[in-house]
Unconditional design. Sequence first.
Length: 193
Amino acid sequence: MIKVGTGWKSEFPDSQGVRKSIVPNGGQVTVASYKSLTGGHSMMYLEFIDNMGFAVTRKIHLLAGLGGSQGAESTGSGSSASGSGVNEIEIEDEETEVNKESDRRANNYYYQSYPMTDGQRAALEAAVLRFKTKNTNGRYSYRIAGGVIGRLTTRPKTRGVNCADFLIKVLDEAGITRIKSKIFNTPSRIAGH
């Protein structure tokens, strides 16, 4: 977020260059990817005012734990350094710097933003926690393609996902937005590019 006068504005302006004001019970979630053909990686930024009145920016994203050296691991072969036969997933949820004078972060990404109430943020946090719990119980395995291809390349009762699939799922469960899953889910597509 960016400090403007006595208030806060989103670090991610809309297509007309307008920055949304971030106020209590009126935050924003932004789905972002790097500026490359497929986007390389997708993440979401939550900008909100917490219940103590502090401005908060959090970055939440899925990382693949591809511990081995085999190139096939990144394509979803099912191998991993752990020997468990799955490509492991980790969900990162980190508070990031609230930018008081800079808006450089938005320049590095393709992105799509959505308004978010405190209730939707709570629903989003609950959806992320459900995903983490299911992941701990072996439900998910990393697949670079994601989408339908990711699902078709895993064993029964396991779902192959990538970073874009994770965001599609939790944003839908939270009622923030519904992004249609495709044959391949690329970070840049879900970031609106």
